[in-house]
Design a protein around this ligand. Sequence first.
Ligand code: MN
Length: 244
Amino acid sequence: VAAPLIAVSAAIERRPTAFGEIDCTLVAAAYSNAIYAAGAQPVVMPVTDNPPGDLLARMDGLVLTGGADIDPALYGEEPDETVYGVRRDRDIFESALFVEAITLGLPVLAICRGMQLVNIIRGGTLFQQLISDLDHWQLGAPDEPCHAVEIADDSMLAETFGSVALVNSYHHQALNVLGEQLRVVATCGGVIEAVEGADCDLLGVQWHPEHMASTDDAQRAIFNAFVRRVESNRRGTVYAEQNS
Ligand code: MN
């Protein structure tokens, strides 16, 4: 059986090149390496203004990656002075990816910005600048934990970590109003650190497991568990097609 195909969303950023400063597609290799290590094939999905409607037709799962801030207009707010790196074309393209993935019944792993985007698509909002006793933008290396999170019972995350996880932290924003059909499954103080879908196979985490996956068994297990869900979902789909 061929390895499952995992669509991986990408940033689009202006970068200096031999052609001048032009839009480039960017994905941290940590994402693709973590997906390869879990036995799946990452497929990068470059941002385009006019995406076809069947981008995920051959894909088995979706990873929404981290990155710069989402346009606050998408949750009805004016940007404050801390908002950076907004690319509305990325926001719109990734929103289309998420909607299509849910329509197709594909498992989704949404990381950092990815979880924030899902929350907005579901009608939620963000704190544009998180005010917290703890600094959620760590200065240490990305494979080192920054803070603990408390994990809810009866969650996918609890199957991976138990009741507590040590996570890295690179976010200046956080979920505010929770979107529909989302369940908070991890918190740090009052800060939402993970959500799961009540109506779909969705895990969203505010931290960056891809940067801990090569050195931390539990963080690697997020990707392993995700790819196992993708495989069993794909088998179910094949079975349903053969018997329809
Ligand atoms: Mn954090």
